[in-house]
Design a protein. Structure first.
Length: 228
């Protein structure tokens, strides 16, 4: 009996090997999925996507907002080109609004609107007599419900601007300076119809604020429009 117990004990000790000498269990097989093999040269035990020994993670998620601690401010916006106003995009002059409808004897006189002159389009591409650079679309659309023996289009701006008007028949009236000033003025008879009006800037993609007035009065000047 004692000899039999000794034999059983020896067999039990022989089965208790060191776990380090035991082979790793194979990965569980999931139906429809395969376990990727380590690429050549990857250290034993590494899995794809794991950092090698001694490496550090350099990409971090945005910092969490902690109550009582200030977060880093956003970087300041790039400087705006001269003449730009908040909310406007560089190279995109502001459109001046709805069409302007006038009939002879209109009131109030002058009819005043505002906008931003300039754009990427050379005015000479519309007509060789035109100067400056214009927006792709007219700054104003003028709808005349009758014939005007005399209508004046007056521009006032702190910068040197140009004026381009396309008549319903496709002809152009282009003016640079008027009366010894840098502000353009178109003065003369206007037939009924729809006119496209551009206010240009000499430099491509530069912009400048302006006030434009449509008037039958001969005494209206750019300086008066600037006070509107």
């Amino acid at each position: 009996m004692r000899r039999r117990l000794i034999v059983v004990s020896l067999l039990a000790l022989a089965g208790c090997e060191d776990e380090a000498d035991l082979p790793d269990d194979p990965p569980l097989a999931v139906p429809g999925q395969t376990v990727p093999e380590a690429p050549p040269g990857m250290p034993a035990g590494m899995q794809p996507g794991m950092l090698p020994p001694g490496a550090a993670q350099t990409d971090f998620a945005p910092a969490l907002a902690v109550p009582g601690y200030a977060t880093l401010p956003d970087p300041p916006p790039p400087p705006m080109p001269p003449g730009m106003q908040p909310g406007m995009q560089p190279g995109m002059p502001g459109q001046a609004g709805a069409p302007i409808a006038l009939t002879p004897g209109f009131m109030p006189d002058p009819r005043v609107a505002r906008g931003m002159a300039g754009g990427p389009v050379p005015a000479q591409s519309l007509d060789p007599s035109c100067l400056g650079h214009l927006a792709q679309q007219p700054n104003h659309v003028l709808q005349l419900g009758g014939a005007f023996p005399r209508l004046r289009v007056v521009v006032s701006s702190p910068q040197d601007t140009t004026l381009v008007i396309r008549a319903p028949d496709g002809s152009f009236r282009c003016v640079d300076d008027a009366n010894g000033e840098l502000n353009p003025i178109v003065d003369g008879p206007f037939a009924p119809g729809v006119y496209s009006v551009w206010v240009g800037h000499y430099q491509a993609n530069a912009v400048a604020p302006y006030v434009i007035g449509f008037t039958e009065l001969p005494q209206v000047t750019p300086a008066q429009l600037a006070q509107q």
